[in-house]
Design a protein around this ligand. Structure first.
Ligand code: APR
Length: 268
């Protein structure tokens, strides 16, 4: 007969100790060494340590009275294009003052390492800030576009817009039309080709990592499920539990800026 479990071990929430975390990062390293292809999905949490508030964080200052879910819609832009443009301008200004953090830098190094070893690496991001590119990542799939590109609502021309502040609200195209940020708003479809490439990467990778995303917003949230159903090893890094946490092989409760550098190979 089994001896009874000591009371302390019964159904108590586990605290993640440093030792657990070390074991988890070593295991992720092993997964990386064994996999021929890696797909990584990132969300707002990866940029949080750069000082960019996550979308669901409370807004501050002048914007405190607005719900981001009500500003990031085509209806909001149609109703008040100046207000929505100003909000994006404020986010661009904040972003321009921020630097990529150790999480972004680790992902760029991971891409270098894997590609140098002839492995496939696909970075899929929901972030519109382009901090991955500033850290050195190449060709990320930008599921939700970027606020550094603005598109004319009349002629459709897309142009990079670096000026801070914007020259006017909303900025105007050469054809006279209003330009809008090149992001995907709530209620809008993602670019089919970008989404198809992301789904392919999730389906065909041997290792999938979901980093700093609440796994609440579709279709990005489904990529982790696609990968695990197709048999990939799966990893999540997030200080909070998400709907994906119980499905992944390794769920690390921590900040990506702290954990990701630990999974890089030691520098020689
Ligand atoms: N490291 C890792 N994760 C973090 C960190 C950190 N330092 N700080 C916060 N997080 C986690 C939070 O616990 C949360 O689960 O980042 C997640 C951020 O969640 P959201 O704000 O919902 O961001 P995201 O998942 O990217 O949202 C998806 O929805 O808001 C829209 O279009 C917007 O692209 C966004 C999409």
């Amino acid at each position: 007969m089994d001896s009874p479990r000591p009371v302390e071990s019964i159904d108590r929430p586990k605290t993640v100790t440093e030792k657990d975390q070390q074991a988890q990062t070593e295991m992720i390293r092993r997964f990386l060494d064994q996999a021929d292809s890696l797909a990584v999905l990132t969300g707002a949490g990866v940029s949080a340590e750069s000082g960019i508030p996550t979308f669901r964080d409370a807004q501050t200052g002048l914007w405190a009275k607005y719900d981001p879910m009500e500003l990031a819609t085509p209806e909001a832009f149609a109703r008040d294009p100046a207000l929505v443009s100003r909000w994006y301008d404020e986010r661009r200004r904040r972003c321009a003052e921020c630097e990529p953090n150790p999480g972004h830098l680790a992902l760029a190094r991971l891409q270098d390492e894997l590609e140098a070893a002839g492995k496939r690496f696909t970075l899929i991001t929901q972030n519109v800030d382009r901090l991955h590119q500033r850290a050195g990542s190449r060709d990320p799939l930008e599921l939700h576009g970027t606020f550094w590109i603005w598109r004319c609502t009349s002629c459709g021309e897309e142009r990079e817009e670096r000026a801070i502040p914007l020259p006017e609200y909303p900025p105007r195209c050469r054809c006279g039309g209003a330009r809008r940020p090149g992001v995907v708003w709530f209620g809008e479809a993602l670019s089919e080709s970008v989404l198809a490439a992301a789904r392919r990467a999730a389906e065909h990778c041997e290792l999938f990592m979901s980093l700093g995303t609440s796994s609440l917003v579709e279709p990005a949230a489904s990529l982790g499920r696609i990968a695990s159903s197709a048999g990939a090893k799966t990893v999540e890094i997030n200080p909070q539990e998400t709907p994906l946490s119980s499905r992944v092989d390794i769920s690390v409760r921590g900040a990506t800026g702290e954990i990701l550098p630990l999974i890089l190979p030691a520098q020689g």
